[in-house]
Design a protein around this ligand. Structure first.
Ligand SMILES: Nc1ncnc2c1ncn2[C@@H]1O[C@H](COP(=O)(O)OP(=O)(O)OP(=O)(O)O)[C@@H](O)[C@H]1O
Length: 244
């Protein structure tokens, strides 16, 4: 198998606060990896350090065999990133923003196909600023996919999406995965994780407390559902576990 993302012994502190501690992750080509953890567990910090947009204190990262810090330009031709809050000009339409994004890359996918796939075609001429939260979220996924990437990083994939929109996103990602796209995502929704992820890592206070398949998480915690297994791993003091 071909390893697409390799993270070894990655750590990051903010002052004296250790946000990510000794992270090890390996994602194969065409695999979907989900990084899970409570608010503040260190997911975004990890993604930013992996992408090289934040400087890790120690550890090594390789994406498609490249170092994201020193080979940034070349790597970013093949990596898509979904931003939570994109910086876009005030008065720009959906299609203009897509075209602008296309212009940043040597090769790209037809954005209209992506807009269709993510049910945004009827918003093509709308101002980005006038889209609903869920429509914007889907647009940011489209923007991440425009370079026709080999790997895509999706932070809080479907936060704010309604039930139908989530299914649209899941279906589209599944299709892209079949074509060999490697996906690194974070999510707070265990149903989504069960549908999409081949392997997961659960972070608790910056440390990986579980790494393996969804089935392994369920089995090793003696639970029957992933949500319970997740709580078992993230809430080991038992404060909330089984409180409902
Ligand atoms: N720039 C910063 N300076 C200091 N502390 C930070 C900074 N960014 C993040 N932190 C802290 O690091 C920890 C991890 O934050 P991070 O954003 O990585 O968590 P997360 O798992 O992505 O959370 P969420 O699910 O809420 O998005 C938190 O305790 C946060 O307060």
């Amino acid at each position: 198998m071909e390893t697409t993302i390799k993270v070894e012994n990655l750590s990051k502190s903010y002052g004296s606060f250790l946000a990510v501690s000794d992270l090890n992750i390996s994602v194969e080509r065409g695999e979907v990896f989900g990084l899970l953890g409570a608010n503040g567990a260190g997911k975004s910090t990890s993604i930013e350090c992996i992408l090289g947009t934040k400087k890790a204190d120690s550890g090594t990262v390789s994406i498609l065999g490249m170092n994201p810090v020193t080979e940034r330009k070349k790597l970013y031709e093949q990596v898509g990133v979904q931003f939570q809050e994109s910086n876009y000009p005030d008065k720009i339409t959906v299609s203009e923003l897509c075209m602008e994004t296309q212009s940043l890359y040597k090769t790209f996918t037809d954005y209209k196909e992506l807009l269709k796939q993510f049910h945004l075609m009827e918003k093509e001429k709308s101002m980005v600023s006038e889209l609903s939260g869920g429509q914007k979220q889907r647009l940011f996924i489209v923007l991440a996919l425009i370079p026709n990437p080999e790997v895509v990083f999706l932070d809080e994939l479907t936060t704010g999406l309604d039930v139908e929109a989530r299914r649209v996103v899941w279906r589209s990602l599944d299709e892209l995965k079949r074509k060999g796209l490697t996906i690194f995502l974070t999510s707070h929704y265990m149903d989504e994780v069960e549908v999409l992820c081949d392997r997961i890592g659960i972070l608790r206070k910056g440390k990986m407390v579980f790494y393996g398949t969804v089935q392994e998480a369920i089995q090793s915690s003696n639970c029957t559902k992933l949500e319970d297994a997740y709580l078992y791993y993230t809430d080991q003091e038992g404060l909330n576990y089984e409180s409902i």
